[in-house]
Design a protein around this ligand. Structure first.
Ligand SMILES: Cc1cc2nc3c(=O)[nH]c(=O)nc-3n(C[C@H](O)[C@H](O)[C@H](O)COP(=O)(O)O)c2cc1C
Length: 164
């Protein structure tokens, strides 16, 4: 049941970056959203089974790189292998750099990058909801975001109208 309803939300595709004193990692996430404008807060839902999960609890900060429609290979690669077994950041396809306000790695050439400080986390069912305050934000409006829907990748469809 879970898989069928969750795949019906068109979702951004994001790479979560984390860095502790000893380890760095990246993973793909689509269960991510804005939560508050002021203060600016976002959420990402991460399974405790992910290597990223405990690193994030330790680091207490993270980045969200919103991928472009040219970066779907990054999504798949960061989303199928675990940093527990191999260092994804060593792969040539990932061009990363450290955040300005956090130590976590971010993905260069993304549509947008949010640097976040962890403010709260709680277990919700089989995932942990991480809430982060956005402490730095950059956006390249010339790039188009990657969209996940029904377990397939899309670029944005046609422009319809302005939001009122
Ligand atoms: C498109 C896509 C979206 C994903 N979204 C999430 C998500 O929102 N939350 C989550 O816990 N895992 C999600 N995953 C799965 C993790 O990215 C995957 O298990 C990854 O290998 C975990 O890496 P890690 O063990 O290095 O942390 C997604 C995977 C893909 C391909």
């Amino acid at each position: 049941m879970g898989e069928r309803f969750s795949s019906q939300f068109p979702a951004p595709v994001v790479i979560v970056g984390v860095a502790t004193a000893k380890k760095k990692n990246i993973m793909t996430a689509a269960w991510v959203s804005t939560v508050s404008f002021d203060p600016p807060i976002v959420m990402v839902s991460i399974s405790p089974r992910r290597y990223t999960h405990d690193l994030l609890l330790e680091a207490k900060e993270f980045t969200l790189s919103i991928l472009t429609d040219q970066q779907r290979q990054l999504s798949t690669t960061a989303g199928v292998s675990s940093g527990r077994k191999s260092d994804k950041l060593k792969l040539d396809i990932f061009k990363t750099q450290e955040g300005k306000k956090v130590k976590a790695p971010l993905i260069m050439d993304s549509r947008a990058i949010l640097e976040c400080k962890l403010i709260k986390h709680f277990t919700v069912g089989d995932h942990t909801l991480f809430l982060g305050e956005v402490v730095n934000f950059t956006c390249d409006k010339s790039k188009s975001p990657l969209v996940l829907f029904n377990r397939k990748y899309y670029s944005l469809g046609d422009y319809l109208a302005d939001y009122p």
